[in-house]
Design a protein around this ligand. Structure first.
Ligand SMILES: CC(C)(COP(=O)(O)OP(=O)(O)OC[C@H]1O[C@@H](n2cnc3c(N)ncnc32)[C@H](O)[C@@H]1OP(=O)(O)O)[C@@H](O)C(=O)NCCC(=O)NCCS
Length: 181
């Protein structure tokens, strides 16, 4: 990894979101979702999903939700480079867990892919999960999201089942992955 990337990564700070971050969170969330999944969805399903999921008032409510941790990775200028959302929640029926915490969302902005920022953010997310009493950490990931699947495997998650994730009108199958904390 070149020296510029190393120094940029060293300047990244992880902090908790405040309501002042809602707009920026909406923007990075919608942009990253579009960039990652537009090729796998119809424009109409994409539009429906983005409209129903990424709106500043929704992200504001998520940030204020005491049952959820919204962690931001910010670059040296304070701009958002990624975020993670963690909450106490059970995986789908049939997947046995002890004190499960869900990694609800985990998005890193494209220029930061492959830099190690995702790993730093994951460590912060795991720390937040442990602070909520979690003993197992789980997530859902689209079956064709090969990059994310490879990253989660590197972090120690393994596939334990599937769940449905609806994009617009399209019910899709996600893998459920799990790791001990
Ligand atoms: C998923 C995400 C957080 C991973 O962070 P990242 O910085 O890209 O991850 P890394 O580069 O450390 O690891 C990805 C691995 O997948 C590999 N990879 C990349 N494209 C791949 C592909 N098409 N098929 C298989 N492996 C692939 C990379 O080579 C790398 O492995 P390596 O470190 O052994 O070389 C990031 O890509 C992201 O935010 N993507 C968009 C949003 C998203 O998909 N979030 C997850 C939703 S569940």
């Amino acid at each position: 990894m070149n020296a510029d990337v190393v120094s940029q990564l060293a300047a990244v700070q992880i902090r908790r979101a405040t309501v002042a971050d809602a707009e920026a969170l909406t923007q990075i969330g919608a942009r990253t979702f579009f960039e990652t999944f537009a090729a796998d969805n119809t424009p109409e399903d994409m539009r429906l999903f983005l409209e129903s999921t990424w709106r500043p008032e929704l992200q504001r409510a998520e940030i204020l939700d005491e049952g959820m941790d919204t962690l931001l990775a910010c670059d040296a200028t304070g701009a958002l480079a990624g975020f993670a959302q963690v909450r106490v929640a059970h995986p789908p029926a049939g997947i046995e867990t002890q004190a499960p915490v869900e990694l609800k969302r985990f998005y890193v902005d494209k220029p930061w892919h492959g830099t190690g920022l995702a790993r730093t953010l994951m460590e912060a997310a795991e720390q937040a999960a442990r602070a909520r009493g979690g003993r197992e950490f789980w997530l859902g990931v689209f079956q064709r999201n090969e990059r994310a699947l490879a990253f989660y495997r590197k972090c120690g998650f393994r596939s334990v089942g599937t769940q449905v994730f609806v994009v617009g009108t399209d019910p899709q199958k996600d893998y459920v992955m799990l790791k001990g904390l």
